[in-house]
Design a protein around this ligand. Structure first.
Ligand SMILES: *[C@@H]1O[C@H](CO)[C@@H](O)[C@H](O)[C@H]1NC(C)=O
Ligand SMILES: *[C@@H]1O[C@H](CO)[C@@H](O)[C@H](O)[C@H]1NC(C)=O
Length: 359
C-alpha cells in the first residue's frame, strides 16, 4: 500500500482536502455515534453491510434481507471476477505447528511475528542470524516467531517435510491450515492475532514485521518503554489513503468489497506494533465487518470500528516503507525500513554491530 501515499498528495488540493476532511470527520462521527449509542448487535458477520456501519437489533433481519438481496443480485459472471477479493475469514483454522509455551517461557516483553511464505527458508535464516537473534534489550525479553500458512506450490510435500525439521530445530514456527497466498494475508494476520490472544496474553507488546524489513530492535524497545500500555498501535500511519480502483494495481479493491473512496487511518504492513490488549478486540471486531484482503487496511477498519486512534511514532523518520540507503548513523536511529535484498539485511546488520561511534 505504497502508491496511496504518493497519489494522495498529488491529487488533493488544499480546499479538496478540507471539505473532504470535514466529510470524513462527519462520517466517522456518524459511524461512531451509531456504534456507541445503538448497541451493535453481532448479526452474521458475512452480511454486515458497509464497513463499520451497524444497525440496531430490530433492523437486523431487514438488513440481512437487504444484503442477501444485494448479494444474490450479483450475477455468477461478476461473482467470478469478485471472488478473488473475498477472504475466507472468519473461519476456525487450526494450528499445524505451534509454540504454545514460548511467550510464557520466555516472559516476553515484546513478541515479533514475521509472516513469511512456507518455502522462504532463506528469509527466516537471515532474520534468525540478524535482528531476530537479539533476545534482550536491557532487561526486556524479545521473542521472534514466524507465521505461515500451508504451502500451495508443486513441492508442497517436500516443503512441509522440511518445515517439520526446521520447527524441531528452531522452535519458532507457527503454521495454520489455510493456504498461504498474497490474497490470504488478512487470514494470516487474523490467525496471528488469534494466536496472541490464546498463547501470549501476558506479553506487553507484539509487532508484525514483514520478512524484507530491517528492524532496529533496541530502538523499538526503547520507543515502547514510554508508549501507552493499552489501546496502542503504531507504525507508519497512513491517513486518507485513496482506494485503488485500477484493476491492474497490486492493491485493487472492487467497489463491492469496499465502496468508500478513502481508507480510514491504518498502519502500513511493513511493521506495526501494538499493545497486547488489542488482539482480542481486533479478533472480535473482525467477526463483524466485511473482510478486505489488504491486511493492514483491514486492521485500520477494525481500529476505526473500535474507535481507537492510531498513534504516530515520536519521530517521523523511525519507519520507512521505501528502502533507506545504508548509512550507519541513519540506521542507528531508525526502527524499521524495507530492504532490497536479504544480502543487504545481513550487511547492514553486521555493520551496525561493529564497535565505534554511529555518527
Ligand atoms: C425477509 O424476507 C422474507 C422473504 O423474502 C420475508 O418473509 C420476511 O418478512 C423479511 N423480513 C424482514 C424483516 O423484512
Ligand atoms: C485462502 O485460504 C483458504 C483456506 O485454506 C482457501 O480456501 C482459499 O482458496 C485461499 N485463497 C487463495 C486466494 O489462496
Amino acid at each position: 500500500m505504497v502508491e496511496d501515499c504518493k497519489k494522495q498528495s498529488q491529487h488533493q488540493s488544499k480546499s479538496g482536502c478540507i471539505s473532504l476532511r470535514s466529510c470524513v470527520t462527519f462520517t466517522a462521527f456518524l459511524v461512531l455515534f451509531l456504534c456507541y449509542y445503538i448497541v451493535p448487535n453481532e448479526f452474521s458477520a458475512s452480511w454486515a453491510l458497509t464497513v463499520g456501519l451497524f444497525l440496531p437489533e430490530k433492523f437486523t433481519s431487514q438488513a440481512i434481507n437487504f444484503s442477501l438481496k444485494r448479494v444474490s443480485a450479483i450475477s455468477a459472471e461478476s461473482w467470478k471476477t469478485l471472488e478473488p477479493y473475498y477472504v475466507a475469514y472468519p473461519y476456525k483454522y487450526n494450528f499445524v505447528l505451534n509454540e504454545p509455551d514460548k511467550c510464557q517461557k520466555e516472559n516476553s516483553f515484546i513478541v515479533l511475528i514475521v509472516p513469511v511464505a512456507p518455502g522462504n527458508t532463506a528469509a527466516r535464516d537471515v532474520i534468525r542470524l540478524t535482528w531476530g537473534s537479539q533476545r534482550l534489550v536491557g532487561d526486556k525479553t524479545v521473542s521472534t516467531l514466524f507465521m505461515l500458512g500451508l504451502p500451495t506450490s508443486e513441492e508442497r510435500e517436500t516443503i512441509q517435510r522440511d518445515l517439520l525439521q526446521e520447527s524441531a530445530k528452531y522452535r519458532d514456527l507457527i503454521q495454520s491450515d489455510f493456504w498461504d497466498s498474497y490474497k490470504n494475508l488478512t487470514i494470516k494476520t487474523m490467525v496471528m492475532l488469534e494466536w496472541l490472544t490464546g498463547y501470549c496474553q501476558y506479553a506487553s507488546y507484539a509487532m508484525k514485521v514483514d520478512s524484507d524489513v530491517f528492524l532496529n530492535v533496541e530502538n523499538l524497545v526503547n520507543m515502547l518503554l514510554s508508549a501507552p500500555k493499552h489501546n496502542y498501535m503504531s507504525g507508519l500511519v497512513v491517513r486518507k489513503a485513496l482506494v485503488q480502483r485500477d484493476p491492474q494495481s497490486k492493491w485493487y479493491i472492487p467497489k463491492d468489497v469496499y465502496d468508500q473512496p478513502l481508507y480510514p487511518p491504518y498502519a502500513l504492513g511493513l511493521g506495526y506494533v501494538f499493545s497486547l490488549d488489542l488482539p482480542v478486540k481486533l479478533v472480535k471486531t473482525a467477526q463483524l465487518i466485511k473482510v478486505v484482503y489488504l491486511e493492514d487496511v483491514f486492521l485500520g477498519l477494525c481500529m476505526t470500528h473500535l474507535g481507537i486512534a492510531l498513534t504516530d511514532p515520536p519521530d517521523g523518520n523511525l519507519f520507512s516503507v521505501f528502502p533507506v540507503e545504508y548509512n550507519r548513523c541513519r540506521y542507528s536511529k531508525l526502527i524499521a525500513t524495507t530492504t532490497q535484498s536479504l544480502r543487504d539485511q545481513v550487511e547492514f546488520w553486521k555493520d551496525l554491530q561493529r564497535p565505534g561511534p554511529y555518527c
